[in-house]
Design a protein around this ligand. Structure first.
Ligand SMILES: [Zn+2]
Length: 419
């Protein structure tokens, strides 16, 4: 299989080692609803995971919950709700959306507050390793101490700084040596939630949470790290800088960044208020159509939300349903090999889902023609069904797979409202 790697900026051969692929995707910060931009990232990861499973590989998939973060505390402060209850409530919403979308649950679904001691250990190791420093109860990462900082975003210091500032960096923090240094541990302010540490009461920075959870659960080198394109810098740049000085190994083999979804000519974002919510989409179309609609966009190309395309997705869905339910005759067997190859060629070409869907459309056409001609298409139908399941299709039942519902329910139990 070939995948585009944001680090090398090239399409590379992706070799599976020991038949296992360890995947990490940055999860949500639960303080608001899931919009189509988020859904696209998780749907892309889902197709990747399901396709690797289709090929017979074992998957170890981790997605996190950033349950302690500036945004959550700000929102909780605005509404007066307890920060943990707010986080649990929105995580529950997110899980319901994922179930509704028939997205395979991650094998591990850790939240940052589950791993505070491990985060503290990692921050201490970074100080000991000479790439971090403490000042007034805060710990910062010293970007000057890690010359590779910028390799993932392909930006130099002056280009990184304004982007970091737009995305939560505090350049004027007088405790820092360099305005680009980022926080690993922040000292308690006011009545914010806080945990004990060698530097006093405080809470972790956002970036260190992901580095800790990913390496804890998947080891020192991940096979594939997925995330929205807006996380490439600074978040993923920081994740690498926090891990590689400690392990001396590459943190991630392939970095996959999912393009943004646009609406009304701009990136869909909370601050612009141009959001299409996931549950709104699913009210308009069945799961199969929603999933085909999303997969019709290549993950590396930004696209614009357009309801007109629902029609195209509906037509393909109906054709696939027809091909799967057409009555098969008993005479010569229709050979699906060529069509399966077409599907695989597209998927192996940097997860070219639009081309794969086109191949499935042709596959369905041929099944319908063959059945009309009196051929036996039952094997072809089974293969088409297997391909469709890679996109999370349930073929008209409009229910998520039982294992999807059960898997998420297991995670959901840990996010019950605080009594
Ligand atoms: Zn992350």
């Amino acid at each position: 299989m070939q995948l585009y790697n944001s680090l090398s900026q090239r399409i590379e051969d992706f070799a599976v080692v020991n038949n296992t692929v360890r995947i990490y995707t940055c999860g949500v910060t639960p303080y608001d609803t899931t919009h189509l931009g988020h859904a696209f990232t998780y749907a892309v990861t889902d197709v990747l995971v399901r396709y690797l499973e289709y090929l017979g590989h074992n998957i170890e998939y981790v997605q996190n919950v950033t349950d302690i973060d500036d945004d959550i505390l700000r929102k909780a402060g605005e509404t007066g709700e307890n920060w943990m209850e707010l986080g649990n409530r929105w995580t529950t919403h997110f899980i319901k959306d994922m179930q509704h979308m028939n997205i395979r649950p991650p094998d591990h679904y850790p939240r940052a507050t589950d791993v505070i001691p491990e985060i503290v250990t990692m921050v201490q190791q970074l100080i000991d390793g000479g790439v971090a420093y403490e000042n007034n109860g805060n710990v910062y990462y010293s970007v000057e101490a890690w010359p590779e900082f910028g390799n993932l975003s392909h930006l130099d210091h002056d280009a990184m700084l304004p982007i970091a500032n737009e995305r939560g960096n505090k350049p004027d923090d007088t405790n820092k040596k360099d305005p680009l240094d980022f926080v690993l541990w922040q000292a308690k302010v006011g009545d914010e939630p806080a945990w004990e540490s060698p530097w006093g009461m405080g809470r972790p920075g956002w970036h260190i949470e992901c580095s800790t959870m990913s390496t804890m659960l998947l080891g020192e080198t991940l096979d594939i790290h997925v995330g929205g394109g807006d996380l490439q810098f600074p978040h993923h740049e920081c994740e690498i800088a926090q891990v590689e000085p400690l392990t001396g190994k590459p943190f991630v083999r392939v970095w996959m960044h999912v393009a943004m979804v646009e609406h009304e000519g701009e990136k869909m974002s909370k601050s612009l208020g141009n959001l299409i919510m996931m549950n709104e989409l699913l009210e308009q179309v069945p799961i199969d159509v929603a999933r085909i609609y999303l997969a019709w966009h290549h993950y590396r190309e930004a696209w614009e939300y357009d309801e007109v395309e629902f029609k195209k997705a509906t037509q393909l869905t109906e054709k696939l349903h027809q091909a799967l339910t057409v009555k098969s005759a008993k005479s010569d067997v229709f050979d699906p090999t060529l069509h399966i190859r077409g599907f695989n060629d597209a998927m192996q070409n940097d997860l070219d889902t639009p081309a794969a869907l086109k191949a499935l459309g042709q596959f369905a056409d041929e099944i319908l023609v063959a059945a009309e001609d009196g051929q036996n298409v039952s094997q072809a139908q089974q293969e088409l069904c297997r391909c469709g399941r890679v996109f999370g299709m349930d073929f008209g039942k409009d229910n998520a797979y039982p294992e999807v519902v059960e898997g998420w329910e297991k995670h959901l139990q840990r996010f019950e409202p605080v009594a």
